[in-house]
Ligand binder design. Structure first.
Ligand SMILES: Cc1ncc(COP(=O)(O)O)c(C=O)c1O
Length: 397
């Protein structure tokens, strides 16, 4: 951090809810970031699965610039073309027929939970409000979202939590069958648990969840906030399977860095959220929507998703090579450009070491390296990271 350029006092005014690295980022372009001392970094985080098309993607910048010169904001009491166009594109590329717009992932999960409860009330009565979620999942930080999240660490101290959430282990069909009953309004899951350690759910488990939801009349909700928008090499992660949800949550990469969230559903489900039941002042803001339209335009160009698969395969091959050379690597897993390396033991200096060397990565609990590179990354950038990891692991394990 360049202390000359900023007073310490200004940073002290920010709430301390994050453990931040001592770096002030001032500029981004493609896969690169620069800090306030001019040091350059390669970004393997994409702002945690957000700036997937690269920092300041020129075509997104152009679309946003055009939109801010025309209209920043208008209330959802009125229609805007960017919102309608984005909703149509999202429906064309997914199972959905209707879209509710909000501003973040947690808000989109919150909207899905409200929809599930309303659907349960309307179709099966007021006792039908329970949401079955997965242990180890992550759904955001609002009260309902931390309650849906299957990690007690995010809930502690915020009790009493809202009623009506239950958790089962991922990939355990038997437990899911036991948990889902006449009170169950929805089954909620990430097709790939992202924050929980990049665990790709079994196809059979997803199929069973679909069948169970159908049997009892509950909704199947997929949280694709981290893995949607091309991250896995398909527009949406569920498209790798033959299972379709009834509801899907999106945010993060949807507008490549502008705030947006979306909750998608089939028409006969979404109709249960009628006028006045849910709202968001900024939801579907024309500027964010214009960015998101450009994101979908780029992802649907010939070869775009194939490029993600190809680069993902390359990254996976390099990480597997690394695992062969270093016994401390317990597992390498993921799909497309969301991948993780799990270590046998804690490596507390890893994230800071890579930062010093000019690489931004996400490390959880000192033993799980999560890589979410932007899709515009090149093989040579991956090679550079692998080189650094190779030498760090050789010296420290
Ligand atoms: C799967 C998933 N759901 C929900 C969220 C919450 O999104 P937001 O931080 O935009 O509220 C995240 C964020 O990491 C996520 O990965």
């Amino acid at each position: 951090m360049n202390e000359d350029a900023y007073t310490r006092k200004a940073f002290d005014c920010i709430a301390e809810t994050y453990s931040r690295f001592p770096v002030v980022i001032t500029k981004g372009e493609g896969v690169f970031l620069w800090d306030d001392s001019g040091k350059k970094y390669i970004d393997f985080t994409s702002g945690i699965a957000v700036t997937s098309l690269g920092h300041c993607n020129p075509r997104v910048v152009q679309a946003v610039t055009k939109q801010v010169q025309e209209l920043f904001h208008i209330s959802n009491l009125y229609w805007t073309k960017p919102q309608a166009q984005l909703a149509q594109l999202l429906c064309e590329h997914s199972f959905a027929e209707k879209v509710f717009f909000c501003n973040s992932g947690a808000e989109s999960v919150e909207a899905a939970i409200k929809l599930a409860r309303k659907y349960g009330h309307d179709t099966r009565g007021p006792d039908c409000y329970q949401i079955v979620c997965l242990e180890g999942s992550f759904h955001g930080r609002t009260l309902a979202a931390i309650t849906a999240t299957g990690q007690p660490v995010y809930q502690r101290g915020f009790e009493p939590l809202p009623d009506g959430f239950t958790h089962v282990p991922p990939n355990n069909v038997h437990a899911l069958k036991l948990a889902a009953d006449k009170r169950t309004a929805a089954i909620l899951m990430e097709p790939i648990l992202g924050e929980g350690g990049v665990h790709v759910l079994d196809n059979d488990f997803l199929k069973a969840a679909r069948d169970i939801a159908n049997d009892i009349g509950a909704l199947l909700i997929f949280d694709e906030i981290q893995v949607g928008m091309g991250r896995t090499g398909k527009m949406f992660a569920y498209q790798h399977t033959d299972v379709e949800p009834d509801v899907m949550c999106l945010a993060k990469a949807l507008a490549n860095g502008l705030p947006i969230g979306a909750m998608l559903a089939k028409e006969d489900v979404m109709k249960h959220l009628g006028p006045g039941t849910h709202a968001s002042t900024f939801g579907g803001n024309p500027v964010s929507c214009s960015a998101a339209i450009e994101v979908i335009n780029q992802l649907t160009e010939p070869g775009a998703l194939e490029g993600i698969v190809e680069l993902g395969d390359y990254l996976m091959a390099q990480l597997r090579g690394l695992a062969k050379r270093h016994k401390v690597i317990k597992d390498v897993r993921g799909r497309g450009l969301i991948q993780a390396v799990e270590f046998e033991r804690e490596l507390p200096g890893l994230a800071n070491h890579l930062l010093d060397q000019g690489f931004l990565v996400i490390v959880a609990h000192n033993r799980l390296l999560r890589l979410l590179p932007p899709f515009v990354m090149e093989r040579k950038h991956i090679d550079l990271l692998i080189e650094k990891l190779d030498s760090y692991l050789a010296e420290n394990t």
